[in-house]
Design a protein around this ligand. Structure first.
Ligand SMILES: NC(=O)c1ccc[n+]([C@@H]2O[C@H](COP(=O)([O-])OP(=O)(O)OC[C@H]3O[C@@H](n4cnc5c(N)ncnc54)[C@H](O)[C@@H]3O)[C@@H](O)[C@H]2O)c1
Length: 356
């Protein structure tokens, strides 16, 4: 089989999530057989393997990352994603992007801003040959995320928004990408072993069996800079997005709370998610679930991101434009329209099954 043309990707934000993605590309690129790629939902998607993805540009603002080879920058503090692979040096040097609201009051204490001049993002994207921009800025970086979306449009790149900033789910951005004839995917990536998905699946299972859910919450703590930023800037928006998503699993109104609670630095990149569910079943008999899920945060984004990047290339090849609903519903917590997990899965399967 001849090699497919590489999917050329630019990364916005070289934080923990980017670290897992770059290491994952190296890690899975080392396997000769698809069946050896344990931990990936789709070793091959639309004919593309992880080795068909190439990172061609990266932007950050942290002094320890800007100007460095991407292979080195992904391990620079305050990143604390675990080392999974020895990443060979790349030809990509991290460029300084516009700072805007990229750093919050809390994260400012952990990051020294680079003094290098800001690069012209659209020009740099064009020079790199990027066809797709993956936005992995801190979730409080609303203005900065919007600026990079704008620059992606100018440079004629598709845009994937892993952050909870509303871009793919915002009608005006959707229209702008449609007019620009470019695909858009977002918002707020779903984790592979996701607390939101697990919570929804449990509620669905219980309610299908006739259990009446009275109250439920899911709260989590983590030690990455994203958890710190959430504490200061995005706790409310994250709570709204997650709560709405969890509520959609039940066919009736219940007391639902879902969101992040705290930053615990010694957890490093680990995340502990707590679930509590109270309901009634036959003849009002009470039931209760108390559950804890422990994960490592950054690798939790890897498999889903690899799927989104490959599916977005497929959307580009088919000339699709604007928010691509099957991708948004399958891989994001806040798509333009909320659907059930089953609907999202079948929309994505139908999308992938379509002939090229
Ligand atoms: N499992 C996951 O990791 C996961 C899942 C779902 C969503 N997300 C989302 O992905 C995003 C990234 O998460 P993370 O854990 O990698 O965060 P992070 O804090 O580790 O990384 C963010 C990076 O962006 C850089 N940055 C800040 N301002 C910038 C600017 N103006 N220009 C360029 N770079 C800038 C920071 O220096 C840092 O390197 C978040 O919005 C998070 O909500 C992550």
């Amino acid at each position: 089989m001849p090699d497919l043309p590489k999917i050329k990707v630019a990364l916005i934000g070289v934080g923990n999530c980017a670290s897992a993605l770059v290491q994952g590309l190296q890690y899975y690129g080392n396997f000769k057989k698809d069946e050896e790629c344990v931990g990936l939902r789709n070793p091959v998607l639309g004919g593309f393997r992880p080795k068909d993805i190439e990172i061609v540009a990266a932007f950050d603002v942290n002094d320890r990352k800007v100007g460095k080879d991407l292979a080195e920058a992904i391990f620079a503090a305050p990143n604390n994603a675990p080392k999974i692979a020895d990443v060979r040096s790349t030809s990509v040097l991290v460029k300084k992007g516009p700072v805007l609201d990229g750093l919050g009051e809390y994260t400012k204490n952990l990051v020294q801003l680079s003094k290098q001049p800001e690069s012209k993002v659209a020009e740099a994207l064009k020079e790199s040959g990027a066809e797709m921009v993956v936005n992995m800025l801190p979730s409080g970086a609303v203005k900065a995320s919007e600026l990079y979306a704008e620059q992606a449009l100018t440079a004629r790149c598709a845009f994937v928004n892993a952050t909870p900033v509303f871009i793919a789910s915002d009608f005006s951005w959707d229209k702008r990408f449609e007019k620009g004839e470019l695909p858009l995917a977002g918002d707020d990536l779903i984790d592979q072993v996701g607390a939101t998905t697990l919570h929804k699946t449990l509620l669905k299972l219980l309610s299908t069996n006739g259990v009446h859910i009275a109250e439920t919450y899911q709260l989590d703590v983590g030690g990455g800079t994203e958890s710190l930023d959430t504490l200061e800037r995005t706790r409310d928006i994250k709570r709204t997005v997650k709560t709405k998503s969890v509520e959609s699993a039940l066919p009736y109104k219940a007391e639902v709370v879902a969101g992040s609670t705290d930053y615990v630095d010694f957890l490093q990149n680990k995340r502990d998610s707590y679930f509590w569910i109270r309901g009634m079943y036959f003849c009002n008999a009470p039931m209760q679930i108390d559950l804890k899920l422990s994960t490592v945060d950054a690798p939790n984004a890897g498999s889903v991101l690899l799927d989104v990047i490959r599916a977005t290339r497929i959307a580009s090849d088919r000339g699709l434009k604007g928010a691509i609903m099957p991708i948004c519903a399958y891989a994001f917590k806040h798509p333009p329209r909320l659907t059930s997990i089953e609907t999202a899965e079948s929309m994505f399967a139908d999308f992938m099954a379509k002939p090229a």
